[in-house]
Design a protein around this ligand. Structure first.
Ligand SMILES: Nc1nc2c(c(=O)[nH]1)N[C@H]1C(S)=C(S)[C@@H](COP(=O)(O)O)O[C@H]1N2
Ligand SMILES: [Mo]
Length: 320
């Protein structure tokens, strides 16, 4: 099995890569963790269904401006003008305008719960402490569209290790900001505000899981979740909570926004899985923003080699 590893590259504003010359800085190391992905494939090969992870993902050193499958980055204009951010609006094309004046400074993030060293970080202090790296990830929305996004961020594991999780900690919950006076979508009392999400601790510690502060080498625009949002590339986009104010380690599985609204449609895991249809639509294909037609959706959004072992022995049709 190949594990992808990223170089940690501190980014100074003077070094920020212009969008047009954007370079991926991903390198791959071969580690000897044998066959975990293959074992999972066997475990979840559901009888008659062909499983899409059977096709090995193409793992090549990516060219500038592409992901590791050779797919181009989604244009900045699309990434920043087609957003899900229900605190502002359910209209994806209205979010950028409505979020324009949202205030992201000053900002603090509390990291607490079952940790030895709970801490409240000022956002500037936090970004200084954890150097931002460039990561090109696919984001696949449960609605059936996807983008290739060059994030700036840092592994969540660094932050979690620093606060020293207690042995009783098993989950991590992420709380988004709640500021109804600045967020017109929050007037709808249908939704169980504030937005919140959760991961199992081992998912949160996985090296692919990042907190993102930017994209295309620039500070995160408000509509994409400034000042800091979660990105979990093998899960549907809704797992990646925006504008985080609190990260809490818990013993029990935390409630999540979408799971509270419709538990039969949005499970806690929410791993991208073409074999598991949403009750109201198939998840087998997706529309890459900027392309016409649809392309097959990959198991774990194309990150099976890296993450499949986290779910070995689990029934992924039940744990959707
Ligand atoms: N706080 C908050 N975070 C959120 C959402 C939201 O409505 N509120 N939407 C989620 C959904 S459904 C998706 S697909 C992604 C979209 O991220 P993007 O707009 O940066 O592409 O954000 C996720 N994070
Ligand atoms: Mo989404």
């Amino acid at each position: 099995m190949k594990i992808s590893v990223w170089k940690s590259i501190p980014i100074r504003s003077s070094e920020i890569t212009p969008r047009s010359l954007y370079l991926r800085r991903r390198e791959f190391l071969k580690l000897g963790a044998v066959g975990a992905a293959a074992a999972l494939l066997a475990a979840c090969s559901l009888a008659d269904r062909p499983i899409s992870t059977a096709t090995p993902p193409l793992r090549v050193t990516p060219q500038p401006g592409q992901d590791e499958y050779g797919d181009p980055l989604t244009p900045y204009e699309a990434i920043t003008n087609y957003n899900n951010y229900y605190e502002f609006s359910t209209d994806k094309e209205a979010v950028a305008r409505l979020a324009k004046d949202f205030q992201t400074r000053p900002w603090t993030i509390e990291v607490s719960g079952l940790v030895a060293k709970p801490q409240v970080f000022d956002i500037e202090e936090l970004l200084r402490k954890y150097p931002q790296e460039e990561r090109i990830y696919r984001l696949r929305c449960v609605e059936g569209w996807s983008m290739v996004i060059p994030w700036l961020g840092f592994p969540l594991s660094k932050l979690l290790n620093d606060v020293e999780p207690l042995s009783s900690a098993r989950y991590v919950s992420f709380l988004s900001v709640s500021r109804p006076e600045e967020m017109p979508g929050m007037r709808s009392s249908f939704y169980p505000w504030p937005y919140r999400e959760g991961l199992r601790l081992d998912e949160a510690l996985h090296p692919l899981t990042i907190l993102a502060s930017g994209l295309y080498g620039e500070m995160l625009p408000n509509q994409n979740g400034a000042p800091l949002r979660l990105v979990v590339p093998w899960k549907y986009g809704f797992k990646s909570a925006k504008a985080i104010v609190k990260i809490e380690l818990t013993e029990t599985q935390p409630a999540t926004f979408w799971n509270l609204i419709a538990p039969d449609e949005y499970g806690f895991y929410s791993n991208v899985n073409p074999q598991k249809p949403h009750p109201r639509w198939s998840q087998a294909t997706e529309r890459r923003i900027g392309e016409s037609g649809r392309r097959p959706t990959l198991m774990f959004n194309g990150y099976a080699e890296e993450v499949a072992h986290l779910y070995s022995g689990m029934d992924l049709m039940q744990n959707y």
